[in-house]
Design a protein around this ligand. Sequence first.
Ligand SMILES: CC(C)(COP(=O)(O)OP(=O)(O)OC[C@H]1O[C@@H](n2cnc3c(N)ncnc32)[C@H](O)[C@@H]1OP(=O)(O)O)[C@@H](O)C(=O)NCCC(=O)NCCS
Length: 150
Amino acid sequence: MAITIRKGEKKDLAQVPEILMDSYRGLEEYGEESIEKARRYIEDLYDEDPECFFVAEVDGKIAGFIFCNRFWYSKFEHSKVGAIHEIVVLPGFRHAGIGKELIEKAMEFLGPGKIELWVGEHNTKAIEFYKKLGFEEREKAGKWVRMIKN
Ligand SMILES: CC(C)(COP(=O)(O)OP(=O)(O)OC[C@H]1O[C@@H](n2cnc3c(N)ncnc32)[C@H](O)[C@@H]1OP(=O)(O)O)[C@@H](O)C(=O)NCCC(=O)NCCS
């Protein structure tokens, strides 16, 4: 499987909400309630740091994406940190290293320093995935767990 990671473009935003909805099947409590809400959520993520959006393509089709933010203020770290706000890979493309490549691209772009993310407390696959990539579990807030990479 030939995977290409490239910078996301504004025109990619048209496809991304549906990919998000398909990727959160079975994890609905952590996803968006509707495609309309997904669209607004994705636009907000893009507006936060448009340069920090990358997509993974397989045979010219988007199989996953990541949104990060270079300017995130962490209330927990009392400082600016890099943040990963969303990452998904479509079910049919999982376990092929796409998620890892997307995270590595975002980490390279974010540069040195701490990286924060929040994950659903019962999203064990994602928690394990992040742990393998060097993230550690920190505080819990409601159904969310904060993870950090130093
Ligand atoms: C979390 C998520 C992004 C991971 O994506 P992915 O592309 O499957 O991730 P990777 O392939 O890089 O790694 C996942 C697993 O595949 C394994 N893997 C990596 N490369 C592999 C390869 N070439 N062959 C087989 N397995 C491989 C990894 O070791 C890892 O092992 P695991 O099965 O024990 O978890 C994906 O599961 C997803 O979209 N989940 C739903 C949305 C979500 O929860 N997002 C996070 C929100 S906080």
